[in-house]
Write a protein that binds this ligand. Sequence first.
Ligand code: 5AD
Ligand code: SF4
Length: 424
Amino acid sequence: MNINDSEKIKGILQTQGYEPATKEEEADLVILNTCTIREKPDQKVWSHLGEIKKLKSKNPNVKIGVCGCMAQRAGYEIASKMPFVDMVFGTKNIHRIPNLLEELRLGNRAIEILEQEDPLEEILDSYPTIRDNSYCAYVTIMRGCDKECTYCVVPFTRGKERSRAPQSIIDEVKSLVDSGVMEIHLIGQNVTAYGKDINYPFYRLLEDISKIEGVKRIRFTTGHPRDLTDEIIDVMAELPNMVNHIHLPFQAGSDRILDLMKRNYTKAYYLNRIERLKSKIKDVSFSTDIIIGFPTETEEDFEHTLDVIKTVEFEQVFSFKYSKRPNTPAYYMEDDLTDEIKTDRMKRLLEIQKAITSKLMKRYENTIQKVLIEDKKDNIYIGRTTTNVWCNVISDRDIMGKEVEVLITKSGFQSLEGTLKNVL
Ligand code: 5AD
Ligand code: SF4
């Protein structure tokens, strides 16, 4: 979401006459887009701001802005502790950048953090989005999250769910395809809940996008298992351009911890979703997010997390040590597990996962995979399989931006290698 927000911010700035600087030192305006999901990114912002401050001693005219989730959560604190910061805005007023720039031009500090969602936010759709990747594009389909996972700061930083109008999404996808984009990556905090507020279910949006001429691949991130309905799974299985990969965070395996996290599902329910996906979608692959060491997590609770990992066999696991976030319901629970215990559990989990990933990566060897080439380094073309695995392709032909069939000759832990067989 932050990447796509930055792409949108670039688009807005372009309409205001700005163009990208090649170096920070040459910029008239530096905007830091921030994350606050865990404590670490938060700390990074404070230290990076210290670095950015130095730009002002070299060029007193440079304006410094801070936006994103941390600005939404702690923008006034940033403004008061960091007087050299000229501009602060949250996640709910990106569309107001032109007004904020006007404040800067008038010589004022532009500090504006909207508490409530602004109905005028829709104007964002009319601004361009400037993307670096010419072949795979993020498309925001909704903003905010109505779930109340007790550890999560997102409902506070991103606000209530707001679905973007289907026609606006479809128009953007059409223009992306016209400009050569092949992979559409639908994003939002909880895309599986798309359309609840406008009575337009997510699976219908998937069908609409699938029909657009030239859309080679559709992905989405992230879905909440609770909203992953049978209809969505069935439509995913039917659509020819839907990839066979899903990122489905499960966070914890123990029902007691899931209940404390207020995830609104059980381990059995999660495994049932996985079973249905496996039975409907050929060669489907999975990735997930896990939180380790949520308050009161016992060894027995953690064993359930390990059990889910072994049962599902995710290709990729993103695991995070629990980190207490201000304002969240879990903030008021004692963070009773020591860092030592969290680190130990993380180590054990990653060891098990390593063996699973290695085994799953091996299975690609000597198979033909469809790879969408989106980059080139030296003489090697780089792209992703439909299962979202990076693949280096050796080819004498120029295959940039093409979907190709590749014979996989070697598998590593994080990427594959292969030779070109066919251009599709
Ligand atoms: N502590 C640790 N991890 C967290 N996540 C969200 N909130 C926290 C927290 N307080 C993780 C979840 C989520 C991912 C984006 O970040 O696993 O899916
Ligand atoms: Fe946070 Fe995701 Fe839960 Fe929403 S569904 S509250 S974004 S973890």
